[in-house]
Design a protein around this ligand. Structure first.
Ligand code: GLY
Length: 393
């Protein structure tokens, strides 16, 4: 009898190992990732040594490391990556650089000239606060939420995205802006002040109403009349055309509504996230490896550039969505597939690409900028997805 139980246990155990083997091997994926980020850190420290301004790595330009100043929308991703590496490895060696690159972003908490404070402050200070509980980080998050709230227009019910190109649009809102709402939800939790939460919900509801087509693909830009709240124009800036589905935009939408469901438990957001996932995952141009081309409608497909950053954001979003949806098992399986493909086929060669982890992202194809290159936010969401895969959601 005892032998029989032991045998059954042994079979169950080996089955678990078999199932696990199909999952993402986070420990294995982290070995080259850590080596690469060591290089990126070293290069970033050298590149910024004589600089009076804060600089963080963003991409490669003509094979050289390109760094950005604090107000660039991508400035918070590098410190966020350092926090994720600490989170994933528990190796204290990541703590000092994470703190250093985070702290230098502190002046941005007062920046009211960008909607990207969520990216800038929440990826850096937000992760730092989650992992260390440092109360000085808490106050930066709250101040940043106050600054971001200044861009909210109560008539239109949305936060203004861009201030540039005022000749092209009056009150532009881009789908990417969904990502910045996480900072506002957090600020309400930290302060008990519901005004941040209300702005986030208003923005999410208005975007849900105005940004999506019947097939649940998203426009990139919606321009509003700030006096009446009427939609003036729908189109794109970074996608192929006004009627196309720019891959990263769909990724932001998926991740954004999943996060809004986590924060509100409003089923409308869950349904929206599921519908967006369906658009992405059943799209005829989504390649077998599930790493999308930069725009789902590019007629050059399969010869168009890929966007590994969109894939990493989609994987991270799907892990979270898998914890909320009846389709959870499928979402998790797909997220695993994407992560495995990214780590097997899209990583930089050892020591190459100045230490960026992933190659093959596309930033702004219409501007002929950042095409098929490493980009810092691809690496950030890749590490976040690895961490979510390990956590189970
Ligand atoms: N937020 C700009 C981008 O996704 O490129």
């Amino acid at each position: 009898m005892k032998l029989k139980i032991n045998l059954t246990l042994a079979v169950l155990l080996s089955l678990t190992v078999l199932v696990k083997a199909q999952n993402v091997n986070v420990t294995k994926a982290l070995i080259p990732a850590e080596k690469q980020v060591n290089i990126l850190l070293e290069k970033s420290e050298v590149a910024t040594a004589g600089e009076s301004k804060f600089m963080a790595p963003r991409t490669l330009e003509n094979g050289q490391l390109k760094s950005v100043i604090g107000r660039d929308w991508t400035s918070g991703f590098f410190s966020g990556m350092l926090w994720y590496l600490y989170d994933l490895t528990k190796d204290p060696k990541w703590l000092d650089p994470a703190r250093k690159f985070t702290q230098k972003l502190a002046p941005q908490q007062y920046n009211t000239g960008t909607h990207d404070l969520g990216f800038i402050i929440y990826c850096s200070f937000g992760n730092g606060y989650r992992l260390t509980g440092d109360t000085s980080y808490r106050s930066v998050i709250i101040q940043a939420a106050k600054s971001l709230s200044k861009r909210f227009n109560p008539v239109a019910g949305v936060i203004r995205s861009w201030d540039h190109n005022a000749d092209k649009w009056q009150f532009p809102v881009i789908i990417d802006n969904m990502m910045n709402l996480e900072l506002l939800f957090e600020a309400t939790k930290l302060t008990g002040d519901s005004s941040f939460y209300k702005i986030a919900v208003s923005h999410a509801n208005t975007t849900l109403k105005n940004h999506f087509r019947k097939d649940f693909s998203s426009y990139h830009v919606v321009d509003y009349n700030p006096e009446t709240g009427a939609v003036k124009w729908r189109g794109t800036a970074q996608g192929l055309s006004n009627s196309s589905a720019w891959a990263r935009g769909q990724a932001w939408a998926l991740y954004g509504y999943t996060m809004c469901y986590r924060e509100t438990k409003d089923k409308t957001y869950l349904k929206q996230a599921e519908n967006i996932a369906k658009f992405i995952l059943t799209n005829p141009t989504l390649p077998v490896d599930k790493v999308p081309f930069w725009d789902f409608n590019d007629p050059q497909i399969p010869n168009a550039p890929k966007d590994a950053s969109a894939a990493a954001i989609i994987a991270s979003g799907l892990y979270e969505l898998s914890g909320y949806s009846k389709e959870g098992k499928n979402y998790r399986k797909t997220a695993d597939q994407i992560l495995n493909n990214l780590s097997e086929k899209y990583t930089s060669n050892a020591g190459a690409n100045e230490g960026f982890i992933l190659a093959h992202s596309t930033g702004h194809k219409p501007a002929k900028s950042e095409i098929d290159v490493p980009i810092i936010y691809a690496d950030y969401y890749y590490l976040e997805a690895l961490s979510r895969s390990k956590r189970g959601k």
